[in-house]
Write a protein that binds this ligand. Structure first.
Ligand code: UD1
Ligand code: CA
Length: 510
């Protein structure tokens, strides 16, 4: 021990170019901050590069246009990255020069990547860096043979096939434009050679900019070894200069993600309409039905079924749960729980095992116990519902007094009636019932029946007297002629409710 190996290991620096505006996006958002299935464009590039280069490489990001927005984003996704400001966007070479001029101890391999080619795979960048370091080259360029090279820099090779230089499309001759090997926008340079050639860059080109790509020609002219490393999959080098290109990239990434999940044992019924963020995980034998969007920090457990027509963001769907035609945000759906069709689960909705949130139900900050059910037409906000409890149809947890939110607690194995209002703060004890149509404003003790509604009165013969000659009056008269005269005027129906029918529909009445 005691041997310091640090100096023998080539250090690596990653420079990400993200100062450009991306004019063709026509957006208030800098191009590199546009979202693409779970990360920003810049987030994808950074993630791939860091996975490819290892954790110990230093990361520098050149910012300029929308610098504050880009820095704010970096603070979230890569807090250890250093940003270097390029106040005026005078070209990719100028951008890299801003870094080399602000860092003294640059050595070893310097990996430069454009911030706008988000589909590059980590393994491709690993291959690029390894090829560079194995050859001891001064520069290694990531290239690709593409069907449509338009807009890209072309790779010019000599008679022996050695790389000569890169020419930008707008500076290229017709012959050069016919070349289909393009510069992807990722390079590895030896630090010292890079620093030397950046000092020699001119701006004598169509855009009047300092081109990083010109470093290649300068190195070759001085006899330095320069090589190209070809990406196998040309879709990795697709850039996104406008929103139409971004949509193309999104579809390519969607297909790539879906293919990986299908190969790992997930059934995706209609890959063309299934959009899964790169941040999502799915278990074996999960089924994703058509037109389903899985976003952010979402996980779907083994054998769970999600969709069709469902969006789930930042949520956990446990093993065997079923979520049909639902919109689910920041929720936890327990094992074998059921959601939907037509349910809206808002943040901090937590369904324990085998719980059910059914049709036209909205939940928020709601704990729904094991096997508990909210089957129909209800709003459940700021509520705790115990295990095995059934909430009647058309129930509202009245949580808001106009200023503050309050909580309702319902115990275990309770049966609440249809069309109840729980005016929070209020509680219903274990094993209690409430009558249909109740407005519950006071606590209901365990085992009690809570009845909170006006007694019913019937005003006999009101219709024939007050609406004579109507179809209703005729029907009433005909019925009375058959049944004979009725009981008292203004009779009261027996009270309190005691028949099970008054509690309302049960969850297992499908
Ligand atoms: C660049 C390459 C081109 C390559 C293509 C791949 C140059 C001169 N050309 O062209 O050979 O085929 O990428 O997509 O490098 N940026 C800055 N500061 C600047 C200018 C650009 O940070 O002053 C950043 C941009 O934000 C972007 C990246 O550099 O992330 C590339 O810039 P862009 O203008 O898109 O270059 P291209 O014309 O696409
Ligand atoms: Ca570009």
């Amino acid at each position: 021990m005691g041997v310091d190996q640090a100096d023998s290991i080539p250090s690596r620096t990653l420079i990400v170019l993200a100062a450009g505006e991306g004019k063709r996006m026509k957006s208030a958002l800098p191009k590199v901050l546009h979202p693409l299935l779970g990360r920003t464009v810049l987030g994808h590039v950074l993630t791939a590069a860091r996975q490819g280069l290892g954790a110990d490489c230093q990361v520098m990001v050149v910012v300029g246009h929308g610098a504050d927005q880009v820095r704010g984003h970096l603070a979230e996704i890569a807090p250890d990255a250093r940003s270097v400001v390029q106040a005026e966007q005078r070209g990719t070479g100028h951008a890299v020069r801003m870094v080399t001029e602000s860092v003294d101890d640059l050595r070893g391999s310097v990996v430069v990547v454009n911030g706008d080619f988000p589909l590059v795979r980590p393994a491709t960048l690993v291959g690029l860096v390894e090829a560079h370091e194995a050859a001891g080259a001064a520069a290694t360029i990531l290239t690709a043979q593409v069907p449509n090279p338009s807009g890209m820099g072309r790779i010019l090779r000599g008679a022996t096939g050695a790389v000569q230089r890169i020419v930008e499309e707008r500076d290229a001759t017709a012959d050069e434009r016919a070349i289909r090997e393009i510069n992807a926008g990722a390079y590895v340079f030896d630090a010292a050679s890079l620093r030397q050639m950046l000092g020699k860059l001119g701006s004598d080109n169509d855009q009047g900019e300092e081109y990083l790509t010109d470093v290649v020609g300068l190195l070759v002219a001085d006899g330095y070894p320069v090589q190209a490393h070809q990406a196998v999959d040309p879709t990795e080098v697709l850039g996104c200069n406008d929103r139409a290109e971004l949509a193309v990239l999104r579809a390519v990434l969607r297909d790539r993600i879906n293919l990986e999940w299908m190969r790992s044992g997930v059934s995706i019924i209609d890959p063309a309409t299934t959009w899964i963020d790169v941040t999502v995980t799915l278990g074996r034998d999960a089924v994703v039905e058509p037109n389903t969007h899985l976003r952010g920090a979402t996980s779907v457990g083994e054998g769970a079924v999600v969709g069709p027509d469902t969006t789930i963001a930042d949520s956990v769907v446990a093993d065997g749960a079923v979520v049909v035609r639902a919109h689910v945000l920041g929720a936890e759906i327990g094992p074998q729980a059921q959601v939907g069709p037509y349910a809206y689960l808002r943040p901090d909705s937590r369904l324990a095992a085998k719980a059910k949130v059914g049709t036209f139900v909205e939940t928020k900050k709601a704990e729904i116990g094991a096997g508990a059910k909210v089957p129909h037409l209800s709003y459940v906000g700021d509520a705790t519902i115990g295990e095995g409890t059934n909430i009647g149809a058309a129930t509202v947890f009245v949580n808001y007094d106009g200023v503050n939110k309050h909580r309702t607690t319902i115990g275990s194995h309770a049966r609440t009636g249809a069309d109840n209002m729980f005016v929070a703060p209020v509680s219903v004890g274990d094993g209690a019932y409430t009558a249909a149509g109740s407005i519950i404003t006071r606590d209901v003790p365990a085992g009690a029946l809570g009845v909170g509604r006006a007694p019913q009165r019937n005003v006999d013969d009101w219709v024939p007297r007050k609406r004579p000659g109507t179809a209703s009056a005729e029907a009433a008269m005909a019925a009375k002629a058959v049944d004979g005269p009725e009981a008292t005027v203004d009779s009261e129906v027996s009270h309190p409710a005691t028949t099970s029918a008054e509690v309302g529909p049960r969850s297992d009445e499908e």
